[in-house]
Design a protein around this ligand. Sequence first.
Ligand code: CA
Length: 232
Amino acid sequence: MPNKKKILIIEDEEAIADLEKDYLELSDFDVTIKADGESGLEEALGHDYDLIILDLMLPGLDGFEVCKRIREKKNIPILMVSARKDDIDKIRGLGIGADDYMTKPFSPSELVARVKAHLARYDRLVGSGQPNNDVIEIRGLKIDKTARRVFVDGVEKQFTTKEFDLLTFLAEHPNHVYSKDELFREIWNMDSIGDIATVTVHIKKIREKIEYDTSKPQYIETIWGVGYRFKV
Ligand code: CA
């Protein structure tokens, strides 16, 4: 029997949080509730959750800030909920890294369905630590890790070793922002000649191969002043 998936609900309206919890527990999830932004953020960063349901309007730190700060450290799915439709548009516009958005009131069974869908998608992407995860497929991009081959819309693209390693590393950690320093340390060993500018050059070359429009990258996104993130 596999371990139960752990869900964190950050929601200040007790009745809504309890309703969400009841339905998720009926579907065999392990659920924790935090009622404000600070304690929710602390809980999310300090423990291993599989998915977070995050309310937008919270006392203290609001949902925007909590989402942004979780996203700096974790790539687990974040489902944001809000009472206002225009907030949802704002969340999308800000690109803070939420995976999904729901407007209150929503049916608890729809919430459960979306939670399951996101967990399944995330498992497919990161493989849940299972070994048979040799092919990563995101939209038109396919990375065959065993054969070290990359296809864009079915057409094979030639990658150098480091370009392949860098793309694969980013794709295996979707939605996580990495600094150039972190990427350089991860992909090039400490003794190699080069510096973080090497990372910039490689990202540029990768984008030329996988993006339809390199000025509007749909896979590798530049987070100004921070680094890069692989979007899913
Ligand atoms: Ca609220």
